[in-house]
Design a protein around this ligand. Structure first.
Ligand code: ZN
Length: 336
C-alpha cells in the first residue's frame, strides 16, 4: 500500500487491509471482507453521463475492475478474455499528483458497496420526509464529489472523515497497531444487529419514594414529553438519574421516537418487541455508548455488535455530509 492507494470517497476507509505483516488475532479477516467490495461513481466520457458501476475490487496502482452493473449509462465492458473480460477496468481517483483537483480527469470515484447503499438509504429518508421521493441524481452526486475535492488529491477535501480523518493519506493500514485502534470503524456498517430491550430492575417502592421529586415529574404527560424532546440526551439521562419517577412516565413510543431522531442509522426492525417492564433507558444508554464509543477503556474488549454500531454511525455521518453538500450545491444541468 502506498501513494497510489485509493480510498472510499464516502467514508475515507481503505479497500483492503494487508493480511501479511498483520498477525494480530484481533483483526479477523471475515469481519473486514466487506471493505474489498467497491463500486465506482463515474462519468461515461462517450456519452457524458454519470453512472454507477456494479461491484468489483481494487487492483494495484489505483486500478479497479468492476462489473458494468445495470446502469445503462455505464461504459461498455472490455471484450477480452481473462479476469477483466466482460468488466470495466480503469483507474480510480487516488492520491496521484497528476490527477490535480479532479477537474481535468474523469476518473471515477471509488466507494464501498455498503457505503453507497447507506448513502442511497439516507437520501431516500431525506426525500421521504420532505414529501417527495426522488432517487439519487448520479450526475449531481459525481459533480458534488468533484467540487468537494478542494485541491486535495487523496480525499474529498470538504469532508470530515471522523475517526479516519486525521490520518487519511498516510499509510496507516499496514500497521497492526493503527488498524487495531480503528478496528470498530472497519466493521460492516450494514450488518444486521439484534437488540433486545432489557427488563427493568425492580425498585422497592420505599426506595423510589425516598428520592426527592423533581417538578418535572409532576408535569402533565404531554408537556413533560414536549420538554424532554427539547433537551440533549446527556441532560435527559441525568434528569432521569436524579428523578427516577420520570422514567415510569416514559412509554415505548417516547423511546422509539428518541432513538429515531438521535440515532437514525438504527433500524426499527432491529429492536425486539419490548415487554411492559422494558428498560428503554438502559438500551438507549447502550446505543449512545456504542455509537460514539465514549468511555470505552479498551477498544479490544468491544463486542461485534458495538463495533457494527460505531462503524454504522461513522459512515452515516459521512453520508450526511455528502448529502448536505448535495442539497446545498446548485449545479446547472449537464448539456445533452
Ligand atoms: Zn466506505
Amino acid at each position: 500500500m502506498g501513494a497510489l492507494d485509493i480510498y472510499c470517497a464516502i467514508c475515507g476507509g481503505p479497500f483492503r487491509i494487508p493480511t501479511v505483516g498483520i498477525k494480530s488475532a484481533t483483526i479477523q479477516s471475515d469481519n473486514l471482507a466487506w471493505l474489498e467490495r467497491l463500486l465506482v461513481v463515474g462519468r461515461n466520457v462517450a456519452t457524458n453521463r454519470a453512472y454507477v458501476s456494479g461491484p468489483g475490487t481494487v487492483e494495484d496502482y489505483g486500478w479497479v475492475v468492476v462489473d458494468a452493473g445495470e446502469d445503462v449509462n455505464a461504459p461498455l465492458p472490455k471484450m477480452m478474455i481473462g479476469p477483466s473480460g466482460g468488466k470495466i477496468s480503469q483507474s480510480a481517483y487516488c492520491d496521484w499528483g497528476m490527477m490535480g483537483d479532479g477537474s481535468d480527469f474523469l476518473v471515477p470515484f471509488p466507494v464501498h458497496c455498503q457505503c453507497f447503499e447507506m448513502l442511497e438509504k439516507a437520501h431516500a429518508g431525506r426525500t421521504r420526509s420532505s414529501g417527495q421521493s426522488v432517487s439519487l441524481d448520479l450526475e449531481h452526486l459525481r459533480t458534488v464529489m468533484q467540487k468537494m475535492l478542494q485541491g486535495k488529491t487523496d480525499s474529498l477535501g470538504g469532508m470530515q472523515y471522523y475517526e479516519f480523518g486525521q490520518v487519511l493519506g498516510e499509510c496507516i493500514w499496514e500497521e497492526a497497531k493503527e488498524v487495531e485502534i480503528r478496528k470498530p470503524y472497519l466493521y460492516d456498517p450494514t450488518a444486521h444487529i439484534q437488540l433486545d430491550v432489557p427488563l427493568r430492575k425492580t425498585v422497592a417502592s420505599g426506595e423510589l419514594a425516598a428520592v426527592p421529586q423533581h417538578p418535572f415529574a409532576r408535569l402533565p404527560t404531554e408537556l413533560l414529553y414536549d420538554v424532554l424532546e427539547q433537551i440533549t440526551s446527556s441532560d435527559l439521562l441525568q434528569l432521569i438519574d436524579a428523578t427516577p419517577a420520570i422514567l415510569r412516565r416514559l412509554d415505548t413510543s417516547f423511546w422509539r421516537k428518541r432513538i429515531r431522531s438521535e440515532m437514525p442509522y438504527m433500524l426499527e426492525s432491529e429492536i425486539g418487541m419490548p415487554s411492559i417492564e422494558a428498560d428503554w433507558k438502559c438500551l438507549f444508554e447502550y446505543l449512545l455508548k456504542a455509537s460514539f464509543l465514549v468511555r470505552v477503556p479498551d477498544l479490544k474488549t468491544l463486542d461485534e455488535r458495538s463495533m457494527t454500531i460505531a462503524s454504522r454511525r461513522r459512515v452515516w455521518q459521512c453520508a450526511q455530509q455528502l448529502l448536505n453538500a448535495y442539497d446545498e450545491i446548485s449545479i446547472p444541468s449537464v448539456q445533452e
